[in-house]
Design a protein around this ligand. Structure first.
Ligand SMILES: [Fe+2]
Ligand SMILES: [Fe+2]
Length: 212
């Protein structure tokens, strides 16, 4: 890979960290998406598919770890941004070799489409975006905001909701209204608490042994 030994070690550490936060993010998005989908009165099987999509939607990001390694600030360069915007398509490509349903595949592919048409990869607009992707868009953004990032601390729930309101043009209003209803309920706090898995002591050896 062209790295010397010290950099390889740092790179591995970075990738492991990325892997861990990817799993945390997947679990939180999966659980919140399932709950929101239930409230949107989707069928049990659709809710369950969305839960799977929630767990897997960013899997393509792991392939980008290596390229994005070394950045410390929140601001991505144009080049990094270009890579980043490929991740939903990469997730789709990784998963298409397995037999996930069309519904799951579409949600994964379109989870960064915006309601106003400014998203990626296909600039889909409004209800052209599959409903599942519009639901996951809300929970995904929210989950990211209430989690620590390398360049910032987690926002509290109210601040996170206010940030989403500022960017409401990206979201399906009907989905967001339902989300706002659920977000201040004790049941939702519990979902958020229960989604925090402690991976602090998960070592690289443990991770690599998953491949056995
Ligand atoms: Fe994503
Ligand atoms: Fe995500």
């Amino acid at each position: 890979m062209g790295h010397n030994n010290i950099n390889d070690e740092e790179l591995l550490e970075y990738i492991v960290k990325d892997f861990k936060s990817g799993i945390q993010h997947g679990i939180l998005v999966a659980n919140l998406t399932y709950e929101l989908a239930k409230r949107m009165e989707l069928s049990e099987s659709e809710c369950y598919e969305l839960k799977i999509a929630g767990m897997l939607h960013d899997i393509g990001k792991l392939k980008l770890s290596e390229y994005l390694y070394g950045r410390n600030s929140g601001e991505l360069s144009v080049e990094e941004m270009k890579y980043m915007r490929m991740h939903s398509k990469i997730s789709f490509d990784v998963l298409k070799n397995y037999d996930y349903s069309d519904n799951i595949m579409k949600v994964v592919l379109y989870h960064h489409e915006c309601f106003d048409g400014s998203g990626y990869p296909d600039n889909l607009k409004g209800t052209d975006i599959p409903l599942g992707a519009r639901i996951l868009k809300v929970t995904d953004e929210f989950a990211a905001l209430i989690s620590d990032r390398p360049y910032r601390k987690a926002f509290d729930i109210d601040t996170a909701v206010n940030i989403l309101i500022e960017e409401i043009r990206n979201l399906d209003m009907r989905v967001f209204i339902e989300f706002q209803r659920m977000i201040h309920e004790e049941e939702t706090f519990e979902i958020i608490r229960n989604s925090k898995v402690d991976l602090e002591n998960l070592s690289l050896k443990d991770i690599l042994s998953f491949a056995d």
